[in-house]
Design a binder for this molecule. Structure first.
Ligand SMILES: [Zn+2]
Length: 204
């Protein structure tokens, strides 16, 4: 312990290490400030009653298509293993709004293109929602404890999907910037306990 703190102190006295630490801190703060400024320039996501109704209808259609119950709260009394075993369904990503996962009534729908560990992680994450954990950051960390590799794989896979969209469509500079901002917003929702509702705006 003493040796460790001595080594640390010696390290801090080394100008090269100090410079590197300073540079990392400087770049992190700069990046954070840039993202915060960009965040203010990008519009909130608009949601109308029609869109909300459409989302409900999507669940309705999926319930018929995949034959699951249209009732909420069915998983409340079940153990976590039971939920994972009988309430998780893997379906094509485009059917769930390009999300990694989504809850419809008492069923967790998981995008079937996800890599192996991410699939497990998202199944645990959505199952936590089914057992009353509505907070995204808490669901994220609780699921991360069970499937740490899956959490890391999900983060990288999501970034790669978003980046592909950025390069495949010819987006304007602002649209590209807002795409990066949308990832930053997700980071704040899933890791920093920001309420997703902050980024939505009702329009009618
Ligand atoms: Zn979630």
């Amino acid at each position: 312990m003493l040796l460790k703190s001595r080594l640390l102190l010696a390290g801090l006295k080394d100008p090269k290490i100090l410079l590197a630490l300073g540079a990392v801190t400087f770049i992190s703060i700069g990046l954070f400030l840039l993202l915060e400024i960009a965040d203010k320039q990008c519009p909130k996501y608009k949601i109308s009653y029609e869109k909300a109704a459409q989302l409900l209808e999507t669940c309705d259609i999926l319930a018929k298509k995949y034959n699951f119950e249209k009732e909420e709260g069915l998983a409340y009394t079940e153990t976590f293993d039971e939920i994972l075993k009988k309430r998780v369904l893997h379906i094509p990503r485009e059917q769930i709004n390009s999300n990694n996962g989504q809850v419809c009534y008492s069923t967790a729908l998981i995008a079937n293109d996800l890599p192996k560990f991410a699939k497990k992680y998202i199944a645990v994450h959505e199952s936590l929602h089914l057992s009353r954990e509505s907070n995204e950051t808490k669901a994220n960390f609780k699921a991360g404890l069970k499937e740490p590799l899956g959490l890391v794989q999900t983060v990288f896979y999501s970034i790669s999907l978003n980046t592909k969209v950025m390069f495949s469509k010819k987006l304007s500079f602002k649209d590209n910037m807002c795409k990066i901002v949308s990832m930053y917003r997700l980071f704040k929702v899933y890791f920093l306990n920001m309420d997703l509702a902050n980024y939505y705006e009702w329009e009618w």
